[in-house]
Design a binder for this molecule. Structure first.
Ligand SMILES: Nc1nc2c(ncn2[C@@H]2O[C@H](COP(=O)(O)OP(=O)(O)OP(=O)(O)O)[C@@H](O)[C@H]2O)c(=O)[nH]1
Ligand SMILES: [Mg+2]
Length: 364
């Protein structure tokens, strides 16, 4: 199972201080107490959003704070409320809260470093929202303490701290983009180049025996999940090679990158490889065969036979498939490929969102 997991620290805002103040006006010699209450601190919420699909941004920003409440002031003015903090998380995020660590009095006992985690929320539905840290109450101003016997109380409260806690966010990853290709085409090299995944890479076929997932980060906070699956060969749908049982990992993807080795070292014609791969996909599952495909001619750094590359390109064009020349090892040509994958992905997400929104309106 592939999971994205991240620990974060969140803190709600501190309540504002209650004011200590007395009315001062001309002709009213001893005005009564008029210190207002402090405003409450902002709270922290998590919301399931279909705009993001990984937790990776939390890795870079693991601490989050809502605003503090404003202090009260004279003339019985209550302080302003601190702004709430709303954090978007992907749909499907499980939220665990750390149990407060027990105090251990015996100094010889080591402290438990790993806190106990309890499930706090399961954000399965789009828009689902959960309060994870409540803002602190504002302190009472001195106006509150006035009584018939104490008309000039010199007492106010400082406001209470907001909740602060550690959360563990846990998300089961689903691949957005699938890498398919013959064994040894460079799929694992590519995923290691575009994500933090560290799969085994070697110069022989069937190096990858189980799928690898990696998170690809692009500028402007864009991210997607890519899956590297074991190599496919002709007849995979009848069990040849490692067969097609890994292809089910690609069923939920929105776009496939078909990686074809153009170094010439495989001894096969790249254009034929493309046909075989597409046929195996279609024979496995019609849905998989009809997903958008991008053709990537890999090992372009080692390609010595240009007509071989050109014939692959011609075949891709004939099929109406976008074509990219890349070197997974050298990292060349990768940006246009990733941007093209992103565009298809973003369109698919927007279309999905439109359907969800429509069904929400209809059921109203
Ligand atoms: N020259 C060159 N070699 C590459 C390139 N990409 C991958 N290779 C080499 O090709 C070999 C196979 O790479 P892998 O990434 O393991 O290939 P794979 O598609 O994952 O292979 P399987 O897991 O067996 O299906 C390794 O020796 C890589 O170093 C490239 O762009 N240029
Ligand atoms: Mg591999």
């Amino acid at each position: 199972m592939f999971v994205d997991e991240v620990d974060i620290d969140i803190a709600a805002g501190h309540g504002g201080r209650g004011a200590m103040s007395f009315r001062r006006e001309k002709f009213i010699p001893r005005g009564g107490p008029d210190g207002g209450n402090g405003g409450p601190g902002g709270s922290v919420y998590l919301v399931a959003s279909d705009h993001i699909n990984t937790l990776v941004n939390f890795r870079f920003h693991p601490e989050h704070h809502a605003d503090d409440g404003k202090p009260g002031s004279g003339s019985n003015r209550t302080g302003g409320t601190g702004h709430d903090l709303v954090l978007d998380v992907p749909i499907g995020t499980l939220v665990y809260a750390a149990e407060p660590e027990e105090e251990r009095h015996a100094p010889t006992l080591p402290r438990a470093h790993e806190p106990a985690w309890t499930l706090f929320a399961d954000l399965a539905e789009p828009g689902q929202r959960v309060l994870v840290a409540r803002g602190g109450k504002g302190g009472l101003g001195n106006a509150f303490y006035a009584t018939s016997t104490n008309r000039a109380p010199r007492k106010s409260q400082p406001g209470l701290p907001g909740d602060a806690r550690k959360l563990r966010l846990h998300l089961k990853l689903l691949a957005d983009v699938g890498l398919v290709g013959y064994p040894n085409a460079g799929k694992s090299t590519l995923i290691s180049r575009i994500s933090a995944a560290k799969p085994k890479i070697a110069d022989y076929p069937f190096t990858t025996l189980t799928p690898n997932l990696g998170v690809v980060l692009m500028r402007d906070d864009r991210s997607f999940v890519v899956a590297d699956v074991p190599g496919l060969i002709e007849g995979a749908h009848t069990g040849h090679g490692l067969g097609d049982r890994f292809l089910k990992h690609l069923e939920r993807t929105k776009v496939l990158i078909v990686l074809v080795d153009v170094s010439g070292l495989s001894g096969r014609a790249p254009a034929d490889d493309l046909d075989v791969l597409r046929r195996e996909l279609a024979l496995f599952d019609a849905g998989l065969g009809s997903k958008p495909q991008l053709v990537a001619a890999n090992k372009i750094d080692a390609a010595t036979d240009e007509p071989l590359v050109a014939s692959l390109e011609a075949r891709a064009r004939q099929l109406g498939l976008p074509f990219f020349r890349i070197s997974a090892v050298a990292g060349t040509g990768l940006q246009p490929l990733l941007e093209a994958a992103w565009t298809i992905l973003a369109d698919a997400r927007a279309a999905h969102k439109a359907v969800v929104d429509l069904s929400a309106t209809e059921s109203r």
